[in-house]
Write a protein that binds this ligand. Structure first.
Ligand code: S3P
Length: 433
């Protein structure tokens, strides 16, 4: 992708559906009873991996006019797949489906691309084994491919997570739906709660607050229709772009603002960002709103280790804001970034440097000396096949005095098909209704 520096952006956009909620909408409706209509589903590469896997398990999913209808009939009607289940680049697919398949009555093998097969899987294998799952992985049960001999007789357990991960929590909860007894999860920090909200919406007996979830598997899940709000992680690139470009003003319609995901807005406001949340409402148990943003003069902040899980996917975008903020921004204890689609600390630091950002890493901290007059350099940068690195580099490049080429930018389709169009729309379409 080629990006030319520009002066301003203005206009109104809709952001594609939330990736985390899209995965869950398919998986949870496939194990519920009845038909669920899913609107605004995110047709990105990651979510299509979940869809293809469910089809291989013989779940009936209709695609009509860009919407989906899932004909759920419970895990009992999943069929043993006749080949490996390929999850591509999608951590959410492999981790959450491992939880569901642990409770099946057949064998399955989950594998992914080279990034997935090198990311940590011990974090799901270990707790699922505690529940009685017969689940195995490469390198002493720490990596994919994952082999599962389904066990319909799992036991509910009290599990203390080692990392605050929503994927791990979701895998355990979905396995817990089929276990004997209560499943309880205690996390070392807050992570996104979309699974809990959707299970509650589908009628499950679940109580969740902060770091604590308790699921009693005594009720059937009943399918309901779902409208997927826009993905706040995708919206973050445009919020940051608006803040850092002069004379800019944008309105993002229908974005999810779940409190376990919207902390990025609080941090950007703390940096001096003028951001207004409008038209707040609840759709299928998820809060949604419109987000209006204006160009702002930003100042640096310090992000603590405990805050990292709340902005885990937005840190690349936050680093762009920090590059133009006055003062030194420190993002502390961001180790989890090393286990994402790429080692995001290394990817951000190495590529942002190429575009003249004064940035460094120290252990697991990212340190950025911002400059309100910052102009990005020119030339080539690479994404490491990581969608969020490619998108943050694109936004940073809008501040270039010339042209920047982002190599291997196709990976953006992993979460945000239409990203380039959305940038162009805001460059050329200067209307806000
Ligand atoms: C996700 C959880 C997060 C996040 C990922 C999506 C989810 O990962 O980074 O992009 O949908 O549950 P972890 O659970 O590893 O923190």
């Amino acid at each position: 992708m080629e990006i030319h520096g520009i002066n301003s952006i203005k206009g109104e956009i809709k952001i594609p559906g939330d990736k985390s909620i899209s995965h869950r909408s398919l998986i949870i409706s496939s194990i519920a009873d009845g038909n669920a209509v899913i609107e605004n589903f995110l047709f990105c590469e990651d979510c299509l991996k979940t869809l293809n896997i469910l089809e291989r398990l013989r779940v009936k999913i209709e695609k009509i006019n860009g919407n989906l209808i899932v004909h759920g009939s419970g895990i009992e009607n999943y069929c043993e797949p006749d080949d490996i289940l390929y999850t591509g680049n999608s951590g959410t697919t492999i981790r959450i489906m491992s939880g569901v398949l642990s409770a099946s009555n057949f064998m399955s093998v989950l594998s992914g691309d080279s990034s997935i097969n090198n990311r940590p899987m011990g974090r799901i294998i270990k707790p699922l084994r505690e529940m009685g799952a017969k689940i195995y992985g490469r390198e002493n049960n720490s990596k994919a491919p994952i082999v599962i001999f389904g066990n319909p007789f799992l036991e509910g357990k009290k599990i203390k997570l080692e990392v605050p991960s929503a994927q791990v929590k979701s895998a355990i909860l979905l396995a817990g739906l089929y276990a004997r007894g209560v499943t309880e999860i205690i996390s070392p920090g807050i992570s996104r709660d979309h699974t809990e909200r959707m299970l509650e919406y589908f009628g499950a007996n679940i109580i969740y607050k902060g770091e604590h979830v308790r699921l009693i598997p005594d009720r059937k899940l009943v399918a309901r229709n779902i409208f997927i709000p826009g993905d706040i992680s995708s919206a973050a690139y445009f919020i940051v772009a608006t803040l850092i470009l002069k004379n800019s003003h944008t309105l993002i319609k229908d974005a999810g603002i779940n409190p376990t995901r919207s902390y990025i807005i609080e941090l950007l406001k703390k940096m001096g960002g003028k951001i207004i949340i409008k038209n707040e409402r609840i759709v299928n148990n998820e809060p949604m709103a419109d987000i209006e943003t204006f160009s702002s003069r930003l100042k640096s902040i310090e992000v603590k280790k405990e805050e990292i899980p709340l902005i885990i996917d937005e840190i690349p975008a936050l680093c762009v804001a920090a590059a133009v903020a006055e003062g030194t921004t420190i993002i502390k204890g961001a180790e989890e970034l090393r286990y994402k689609e790429s080692d995001r600390i290394e990817s951000i630091v190495s590529q942002f440097k190429k575009l003249n950002v004064d940035i460094d890493e120290k252990h697991n901290d990212i340190i950025i000396n911002g400059n309100p007059e910052f102009r990005a350099g020119e030339g080539e940068v690479k994404s490491f096949g990581d969608h969020r690195i490619a998108m943050s580099l694109s936004i940073l490049s809008l501040l270039s005095g010339g042209n920047v080429t982002i190599l291997d930018s196709d990976c953006i389709n992993v979460s945000f098909p239409g990203f380039e169009y959305s940038i162009k729309k805001l460059i050329y379409d200067k209307n806000i209704r």
